[in-house]
Design a protein around this ligand. Structure first.
Ligand code: ADP
Length: 345
């Protein structure tokens, strides 16, 4: 087998896009994955006309010159999406130097995770800075203008308590989310009676709801409904959903439970808990994004009502861990129903 045939068969056997550039700066061969990446088999062309990104071109040129391995980033497209590749550029050396070998590793997923992490840190910092800025302002006022004014001091200390409570809530929700995420792949070990959890949750929340003029009603079978689940986490799910009903509703929150032999979302038997309110409802284009961390329809309103923007993200993760689903339906001007669907077995 001659050298060119051997090179072609090696490149064709590689699972990732790969191509070889000869000493004459032309592409000796590219495998099918590389051809798909650059939009056709461009073997024989000068590499500059095929790989037009300066960082990669510089690295190839340098490797051809000194035979030292390098790496560079290459941005491609595939399936209508941007793909980020880590390209390894290595000299192919035999008795005589042959050229350089380029192998492309798709690192889009890793890049995506990195971007998510950066966005998350930016969001958390922003959320913490808002109450911190307010607190700094109040401290300044207490040290200055309000130094000898007991009425103003009482007023500002009250506001500072509110801001501190807001920060506390955010840190509490962040820790809950982090704990829930870290357990995402661990199946819940315990058994949990959904009827009891709902009754208890409603009983605890009823007092504060009544104080704000909201009535919570329960509509479900009286007997226990046992599922495999973590009682504390499921309590967190229903508490978040009922709390949202109280915050964004107009006076009535209904919690309804039913057992079904077949739910399409589970493809099996399940228990469905509908938490409905009579609020303004949610425009349909927001629905797919509501469970993203920090996504709010109206940030100002959420903050005013003491929201952190993390409640539904926590709910989604807990339900996912229980092999359950969250279904949201809403009619603008009429209200919303958030349904927690959990498998019975
Ligand atoms: P928040 O702490 O802001 O309430 P969530 O994650 O619980 O955060 O909810 C995300 C967003 O979804 C809310 O800011 C709100 O815009 C919207 N939302 C949640 N529940 C309801 C509801 N019952 N009615 C209307 N909008 C809701």
């Amino acid at each position: 087998m001659d050298r060119t045939t051997l090179l072609k068969s090696v490149l064709n056997a590689l699972p990732m896009p790969a191509l070889a550039v000869g000493r004459g700066e032309r592409i000796l061969h590219m495998n099918q994955n590389a051809a798909a990446m650059v939009g056709g088999d461009l073997s024989g062309r000068h590499y500059i006309t095929v790989l037009r990104q300066p960082a990669l071109l510089d690295a190839i040129e340098a490797c051809l010159r000194d035979n030292q391995s390098r790496s560079a980033r290459f941005l491609g497209r595939g399936g209508g999406q941007d793909i980020t590749y880590d390209v390894s550029i290595a000299a192919m050396q035999g008795d005589n130097p042959i050229g350089v070998l380029l192998t492309f590793q798709d690192v889009s997923d890793i890049e995506g995770v990195g971007q998510m992490r950066r966005d998350f840190v930016a969001n958390v910092s922003h959320e913490l800075r808002t109450p911190l800025t307010a607190l700094s302002g109040f401290i300044e006022t207490l040290q200055g203008a309000a130094r000898n004014d007991p009425a103003a001091q009482t007023h500002f200390l009250g506001m500072m308590t509110q801001e501190a409570t807001r920060m506390n809530r955010l840190v509490h929700d962040l820790l809950s989310l982090s704990r829930v995420e870290s357990e995402a792949r661990v199946r819940p070990g315990g058994r949990c009676d959904i009827t009891a959890v709902l009754r208890e949750t409603i009983e605890i929340m009823d007092k504060s709801a009544r104080d704000t003029g909201v009535e919570i009603t329960y509509d479900g079978p009286p007997e226990p409904i046992w599922i495999a689940g973590d009682r504390d986490q499921l309590t967190m799910v229903f508490r978040n959903l009922v709390e949202n009903g109280i915050k964004y509703g107009s006076g009535t929150v209904t919690v309804a439970t039913r057992v079904t032999d077949h739910d399409p979302a589970l493809r099996g038997a399940g228990v469905v808990v509908d938490v409905s309110d009579d609020g303004d409802g949610i425009d349909p284009h927001h629905l797919p994004r509501l469970t993203e961390r920090f996504y709010r329809v109206d940030t100002h309103r959420s903050r005013e009502l003491g929201g952190t923007g993390l409640g539904l993200a926590i709910v989604k993760h807990i339900l996912g861990r229980h092999r359950g689903r969250l279904r949201i339906s809403s009619v603008v001007g009429e209200g919303s129903t958030f349904s927690a669907i959990l498998p019975l077995t």
